[in-house]
Design a protein around this ligand. Structure first.
Ligand code: SF4
Ligand code: SF4
Length: 202
């Protein structure tokens, strides 16, 4: 899977937000129950019809709604069949995860999407929530004023950003951690870190 996905079935759907027949989530995510890998259309998804097994949906599918369906502030431009991106919240961190259709890997760089991803970053970083874009397993962290290539990011890895104050606006320190299970719980091991000058107020 390109990104850990939370079950959003208990979050109410915004009235009028219907999936339609172009069901991008059926392409970009894996489905464990079906042995379906991420990035390829599910064999049960038919062009112009969408899912053909509504009566016996895998639990993972039945539980899933993307953020466009549940977040009223997301405009119609973000409907996945237009944006070519599916947004969800990470189940543990509440980071905003943007999974891009691998058939249009540059979708997130287009406007108005890129500018709005930067705004999401600016608004959510102070609350501790990051914006991470995935094209297959390759991840990019969206900072308010810079995009940071993270490379391959597995669902088990954790990204953190801390901001150090400084005379010219300060620096973002970006770290990736591996989680390692121990007898007492788990420890975090730093895999990589990088520093990025703050170019605008976050
Ligand atoms: S990506 Fe969102 S709108 Fe599209 S089919 Fe999946 S849940 Fe519905
Ligand atoms: S089973 Fe249906 S809802 Fe689930 S991925 Fe396949 S086509 Fe989509």
């Amino acid at each position: 899977m390109t990104a850990a996905v939370s079950s959003l079935s208990e979050v109410p759907v915004v009235p009028g937000r219907e999936c339609g027949s172009w069901t991008l989530c059926c392409k970009v995510y894996n489905v464990v129950e079906l042995g379906k890998s991420a990035g390829k259309w599910c064999s049960y998804c038919k062009p112009g019809r969408g899912c053909t097994i509504h009566d016996k949906l895998p639990n993972e599918c039945a539980a899933f709604n993307c953020l466009w369906k549940t977040m009223p502030t997301m405009s119609m431009q973000w409907k996945p069949d237009q944006s070519k991106m599916v947004l969800t919240l990470h189940p543990e961190t509440n980071n905003i995860q943007v999974v891009v259709d691998p058939g249009l890997p540059s979708a997130w760089t287009r406007q108005p999407y890129h500018g709005q991803l930067r705004s999401l970053s600016k608004n959510n970083m102070p609350k501790g929530h990051l914006v991470v874009v995935f094209v297959n397993e390759l991840a990019t962290l969206i900072l308010p004023d810079e995009d940071v290539q993270l490379g391959v990011l597995t669902p088990e890895q954790i990204v953190s950003v801390t901001q150090e104050a400084g005379p010219d606006g300060g620096v973002y320190e970006v770290k990736i951690f591996n989680r390692r299970a121990t007898a007492d719980g788990q420890t975090l091991e730093v895999v990589s870190s990088s520093r990025h000058p703050v170019r605008s107020a976050a």
